[in-house]
Design a protein around this ligand. Structure first.
Ligand SMILES: [Zn+2]
Length: 419
C-alpha cells in the first residue's frame, strides 16, 4: 500500500477536505473568506477551488457586495446541485429504500425495494446491486458522477473494513458488504450501522445540529442504540457499542435472537409488543420471522394509531420498560439529548410509557421523538453518510470527476450500459 501520510498528495487531499468542509459550514462563501478560515494562502485557495469547479463540484454564484476587507474576488462559491450525486441505501426491517441525493444533501429521488429472501446475504446483495443499477439508469445519471454509496444496516459493523460482523436479526455473519457491493457497482461504498448513520446525520444536518452528547435509540422489531460523546461516535471494542436491545434486564427467561435470555428486546421492542398480544413467539426478533413479524407490526402500529386500547396498553408497557433503561443510561451518561426513533416510536402510548417510567424515576429526559421532530429518513441519512465519506474527506476521487477522465475504463462508468 502506498503510504500517503505526510506526502504532498496527502497534504493536497487534506487541504481540499478542509476547504470543502469550510464551504459546507456556510451556504456560500468567497475565496478571501475561505483563505481566512482555512489558513491557506489565496494562491492555494484559487488552485483548489478552480479544480473543484472544473470537477463540477463547486459553482460560482453571485458576487457579494464589497463591504470591507481585503481581496478583489468576492464571488460566492456554492456546491452544485444537479451534476454530482451520492446514493444512500437503508436496509432495515422497515423502510428498505434507496435515495439519490445531490451535493447539498437534498434527496432527488427515492426508490423502495423488496427482497426475496433477506436471510440470504449473497442473494440479497445481488438483488440490491441490481436495483441500484436500475435506479441509476432510470435517473439518467452517468456513473462517474456518483461519488459513492452510503449503506445503512442493523448489526455490528466494522465500518473501517466495510464488513458486517454480525446481525442477529438477519442471521448474517462476516459479510464483506462494502467489497461485494463495490465490486458489483463499480462505486465506492461506505457501510455503517444504521443507528450510527442516523445519529451522525441528525447531529450534522438535522434536528440536533451542534449537539455533542447524544443518545439515540431506534425501535423496530428489535432495539438498537448509538452514542455520541463530545461529537464523536462511541464505537466500543470491536465496533460493538450500541447493543442496547441485548442488555440482559428481565427475569423472564424469554429467549432473544442473540441466544441470551431476558434481553431488553424481550420486553421493550416491537417484537415484545407482538408477544404481549400473543402474535409472535420467542426467540425475540429472530431472522426466521423477520418478514412476518414486520407485517404484523405494521398492522399493530395502524391499530394503535386508530386508538385500539389493547394495542395501546401493550405499547405503553413496552415503552415503560425502555423508559426504565433510558433512566439508567441517562444517569450514567448525561447526554444533552435523547432521540427515540424508528417505527415503534411513532406509537403515542409507547412514548407515554417512556415518559411515565422516567417520571416515576424522578427524571426529566431531554427527549426527542417523531412526535416532536421530523427526522430524516434513514436512506437520506445514509446518503449524507456517503457525502461525509466521499466528498468531505480525503477519499474524494477528484481525478475521476475531471472532464478528461470521463472515459475511465470501468464498464459502467459511461452510464450507458444497462446492467
Ligand atoms: Zn439479545
Amino acid at each position: 500500500m502506498v503510504k500517503l501520510a505526510g506526502s504532498p498528495e496527502s497534504l493536497r487531499r487534506q487541504n481540499r477536505t478542509n476547504v470543502l468542509n469550510c464551504i459546507l459550514n456556510h451556504e456560500a462563501i468567497d475565496r478571501t473568506q475561505l483563505a481566512v478560515e482555512t489558513g491557506l494562502t489565496t494562491t492555494a485557495i484559487t488552485r483548489i477551488t478552480r479544480e473543484l469547479i472544473d470537477a463540477g463540484i463547486l459553482e460560482t454564484g453571485e458576487k457579494a457586495p464589497l463591504k470591507s476587507g481585503p481581496g478583489r474576488n468576492r464571488t460566492q462559491l456554492t456546491f452544485t446541485d444537479d451534476n454530482t450525486f451520492v446514493i444512500g441505501i437503508n436496509f432495515a426491517a422497515w423502510e428498505r429504500q434507496m435515495v439519490l441525493a445531490n451535493l447539498k444533501g437534498e434527496a432527488i429521488a427515492y426508490r423502495p425495494f423488496e427482497l426475496s429472501n433477506p436471510q440470504d446475504s449473497a442473494q440479497t446483495l445481488e438483488e440490491i446491486s441490481h436495483t441500484v443499477n436500475t435506479f441509476i439508469v432510470e435517473q439518467k445519471i452517468k456513473r462517474n458522477r456518483i461519488l459513492g454509496v452510503g449503506f445503512a444496516i442493523a448489526g455490528i459493523v466494522n465500518s473501517t473494513a466495510g464488513r458486517l460482523e454480525s446481525s442477529p436479526y438477519l442471521g448474517w455473519h462476516d459479510v464483506e458488504i462494502g467489497k461485494i457491493l463495490s465490486d458489483k457497482l463499480g462505486l465506492q461504498v461506505a457501510v455503517e450501522n444504521l443507528n450510527n448513520i442516523i445519529a451522525m446525520a441528525e447531529t450534522r444536518y438535522g434536528c440536533c445540529a451542534n449537539k455533542k452528547d447524544m443518545m439515540l435509540i431506534r425501535v423496530g422489531p428489535g432495539l438498537g442504540g448509538s452514542f455520541l460523546f463530545d461529537g464523536k461516535l462511541a464505537r466500543g471494542d470491536k465496533f460493538q457499542a450500541g447493543q442496547v436491545g441485548h442488555i440482559p434486564v428481565a427475569d423472564n427467561h424469554i429467549l432473544c435472537a442473540c441466544g441470551q435470555k431476558g434481553c431488553l428486546n424481550t420486553i421493550a421492542s416491537g417484537w415484545s409488543i407482538l408477544a404481549d398480544l400473543n402474535l409472535s413467539i420467542p426467540p425475540a426478533s429472530s431472522p426466521g420471522r423477520l418478514v412476518d413479524d414486520g407485517l404484523l407490526l405494521e398492522d399493530v402500529i395502524g391499530r394503535a394509531q386508530n386508538g385500539d386500547e389493547v394495542v395501546t396498553a401493550a405499547a405503553f408497557r413496552a415503552g415503560s420498560a425502555l423508559g426504565d433503561m433510558l433512566t439508567a443510561l441517562y444517569k450514567a451518561l448525561a447526554p444533552e439529548v435523547v432521540l427515540v426513533v424508528g417505527p415503534i416510536a411513532e406509537i403515542g402510548s409507547y412514548i407515554d410509557g417512556i415518559q411515565s417510567a422516567a417520571s416515576n424515576n424522578k427524571i426529566t429526559l431531554p427527549l426527542f421523538t417523531p412526535n416532536d421532530q421530523k427526522f430524516k429518513s434513514v436512506a437520506s441519512s445514509a446518503a449524507l453518510h456517503g457525502l461525509s465519506e466521499f466528498l468531505f474527506s480525503p477519499r474524494l476521487r477528484l481525478a475521476e470527476l475531471m472532464p478528461v477522465s470521463a472515459t475511465l475504463d470501468h464498464p459502467y462508468l459511461s452510464g450507458e450500459i444497462n446492467p
